[in-house]
Design a protein around this ligand. Structure first.
Ligand code: HEC
Length: 164
């Protein structure tokens, strides 16, 4: 069983997306409070300062995803540029791929997108990662480490509850 905080966090969200991993770990849960599926899940000031969630997404992306998807979401020879993917992918499609992973069966390669559905370092921050990638895809966030607002107390509390 998953300890309390994480499960509670996940239960807040919609149910179908975690189906594929339900048997192994996270039952009857998913990640997708529709609030985060909004068009612009990020906030960027005129001077380039970003909200905490977008900065958190920047950090998590560069610890969990960039080895395959390249720095600044620009892609690599191994995996696609998510700054392009997020121009057309919906929030639900994004969550589905991250939770369940994907192997492109039509491609004659063995490149695999791993499943992150049980990885708290990813799933506890998935909406942050989405916000960051969406900002990159929308062309409103330049390459590199952005300036950011201080970490809000609520963000720390949500993180503590989810990470357990
Ligand atoms: C071990 C390498 C690897 C890591 C780490 C990785 N990915 Fe992937 N990812 C891939 C590959 C390879 C594909 C393409 C799979 C395919 O073609 O089916 C992919 C595809 C995707 C797609 C679909 C893109 C599209 O254009 O359809 C998304 C979204 C995605 N990854 C998000 C992430 C996120 C977010 C992270 C970090 C939490 C991450 N990936 C970490 C290898 C990786």
């Amino acid at each position: 069983m998953i300890p309390g905080g994480f499960e509670r966090y996940l239960r807040r969200v919609d149910a179908a997306l975690f189906a594929a991993v339900a048997a192994t770990a996270i039952s009857a849960a998913t990640v997708g409070p529709s609030a985060h599926a909004e068009d612009k899940p990020y906030k960027i000031e005129k001077d380039g300062t970003v909200d905490w969630s977008t900065f958190s997404g920047y950090r998590r992306y560069h610890s969990e995803c960039h080895v395959c998807h390249g720095p600044d979401a620009l892609g690599s020879s191994f995996a696609p540029a998510l700054a392009n993917s997020l121009k057309t992918m919906t929030y639900d499609q994004f969550i589905d791929v991250v939770v369940n992973g994907r192997k492109n069966v039509s491609a004659s390669s063995d490149k695999v997108m791993p499943s992150f559905g049980t990885n708290r370092n990813v799933m506890c921050f998935i909406n942050d990662i989405y916000a960051y990638l969406k900002a990159r895809a929308d062309g409103v966030l330049p390459r590199g480490r952005p300036k950011h607002e201080p970490k809000p107390k609520a963000a720390q509390e949500a993180e503590d509850a989810c990470m357990g």
